[in-house]
Ligand binder design. Sequence first.
Ligand code: SF4
Length: 492
Amino acid sequence: MSRTPTASPPSLNDRAFHIVTLGCSKNRVDSDGMDHVLRQRGMAGVQRPEDAEVVIVNTCGFLGAARAESIGVIEDLLQDRREGQLVIAAGCLPALGNHVADLPAGVDHVLTTREWYRIGDVVGGLIGAPDVPEVAGCEGMLTTFSRRDAGPSAYVKIADGCDHNCAFCTIPSIKGRQASKRPLHVIQEIVDLVAGGTKEVVLVAQDTIRYGADLGMKHGLPQLLEMIAEQVPNLPWLRMLYIYPSPLTLRMVDVMAEHSALLPYLDMPIQHADKTLLRAMNRPSDVEMTRRLVEHARTKLSDVAMRTTFIVGYPGETDEQFETLLRFVEEMAFDHVGAFTYSPEAGTKAATLPGEVPPEVAAERRNALMEVQQGISLRKNRALVGQRLEVLIEAVGEAEDTAGGIEPISVGRARRHAPEVDGLVFVPGELLVGELMVLEVEDAGPYDLWMVPPQGRQADRPVAAMNAARAARRRTAPRVRSRAATRPERRG
Ligand code: SF4
């Protein structure tokens, strides 16, 4: 009896993929999720798009400039793509209904920001592989995935979407209402990260303080923080970003004061200091409440570092209103500030407001604000010289010495620096990546700090070998960031 040979169906096994991540920390977490799903399907991540059979661009759609960058990246990939290579557009840009048409022709599939967990099925469908169930019974925020290879610092997205309605913001129309990840899944993800050697977890969401409201939790974030502190006692650093100014912040600060792993770092976007403009932005306009929150944090948390963001040039902003903001910046003396010039986004209420501020005036105001803040940041950083701070070493790069020779230089962050948006710490010599160490501040600029290396640890061979082994184990390139990337204006 003869058998007719049957061709086996196409499979994802060993096919190479590459993910380009644009935009904010929330997108990076989604990219990690897609990476995990594709590896579970047997695919292999590669460092260069030209080596990949499937390239995914996780786009940003928050502002016009971010959309233009996303489109440019996709166009470049399409232009250079090798035969048979698939290009998938994912993320926020495709979620903006009125901008889908802007995506370049030739993209093989479009996946919106809340569908990232479907990436395995999408790629499988494109190459004709049979369906495989994704992570068991999970969707979006309910999806959990292993994070063991994340590196020394990792973002954990605890919620997605936003219930606010800030007049300038497109996020609610891109992402919809807030959906929180269940505490059990958040904790599982953190336990996994810590088991893989991660020392810092950064909790992110559109409005982190509102975490759990959709799950019926009354004080969701403070409760979650207590659960993490109790159930993952071996996590050294836990940080939160994007705390919307609210009375709930008071309770959160109290919980932060009780647990040493919760870093004394408060990132609270305030956007302006003039009540009328804040009302026009649909933001909390009780500036006195904001002052109380800042004071409470400074009283309760010793050495607290505070970060905020402001928008200048909002429609109708007068010289006097900008002066109010400038005086507020001087008075509050935040550690880190990001300032953005307003840009109108189609479909938002702000885009319909009268009183457009000429772009050159908005740019001048931004520069003036940043100049004031740089003086404050420099003064604060110089006050740290001679102090000993705990530092997380994240990468080793190269620096040129005065004689033109190349020396290794270790790059890290102190507790007062959030990843990507604040400054960096530089230490001569090669230190072990992923190590937490206490070092002395030797010099300071407005953003970065220079520290004294620990005695006898520079460039010794065992450290270099261990770093090489760790780098080989990690799937992504070491997170060395350019100095420009640490500037506050990079904040999205
Ligand atoms: S809280 Fe943030 S994400 Fe939500 S609408 Fe306001 S600016 Fe947008």
